[in-house]
Design a protein around this ligand. Structure first.
Ligand SMILES: [Zn+2]
Length: 193
């Protein structure tokens, strides 16, 4: 058999289990240094999940420091973070635009309500034009519904517009740190913290 000839079942060969000492085997088992496919629960060299300085590697699932460009498994963490940021940014813009449409939809009936005030404004005006001599103070009472409808309308409008104003303010002022903060608080919420 030459150096390049291998037995047909080479792929099923297993390394011989060499035991240096039973005490060492016992230590390795206890200290958990043997290879394990289960995630490491607590590792002093890694950040705690849910902290603002931590990122969960999409490849190995371990928590890694945000400042590291690459995870210890070799996964490109900076790229992963950029992707997450862009997805988040897209999401907040979509949500803002949906909210804007929703507010617009809710304001339509309010604007129709304003149209209802027109007759109450016109009656005293027409009365003054055609019967100027007999203008009575009671005609001013016609304007009462106008004041009520306009007042209630403005109040409702402010109430409806308020979340949209908050959202617009957020869109104007968010930074990368806002994303990091939301990310970590989102993790806490999903973990039931
Ligand atoms: Zn990793």
């Amino acid at each position: 058999m030459s150096d390049t000839d291998f037995p047909a079942d080479v792929h099923v060969l297993r390394p011989r289990k060499v035991s240096v000492s039973k005490k060492l085997d016992g230590f390795l088992d206890q200290a958990g240094l043997a290879y394990s496919s289960s995630p490491i629960e607590s590792d002093a060299t890694r950040p705690s999940l849910g902290r603002i300085n931590a990122v969960t590697c999409a490849d190995c699932g371990q928590a890694e420091y945000l400042t590291r460009e690459y995870c210890r498994c070799g996964h490109y963490l900076s790229g992963q973070l950029q992707d997450e940021y862009l997805t988040w940014e897209e999401k907040i813009h979509t949500e803002h635009s949906e909210l804007s449409n929703e507010v617009e939809r809710m304001l339509k009936p309010l604007r129709i309500c304003y149209l209802l005030t027109i007759p109450f404004l016109l009656v005293p005006a027409l009365h003054v034009i055609f019967w100027a001599d007999s203008f009575a103070l009671t005609l001013l009472l016609w304007w009462m519904p106008v004041l009520l409808i306009a007042g209630a309308g403005i109040f409702a409008e402010q109430h409806v517009i308020c979340p949209l104003k908050d959202s617009a303010l957020f869109i104007q002022n968010y930074t990368f740190e806002t994303f990091l903060f939301e990310r970590s608080s989102g993790f806490k919420t999903s973990e039931g913290w």
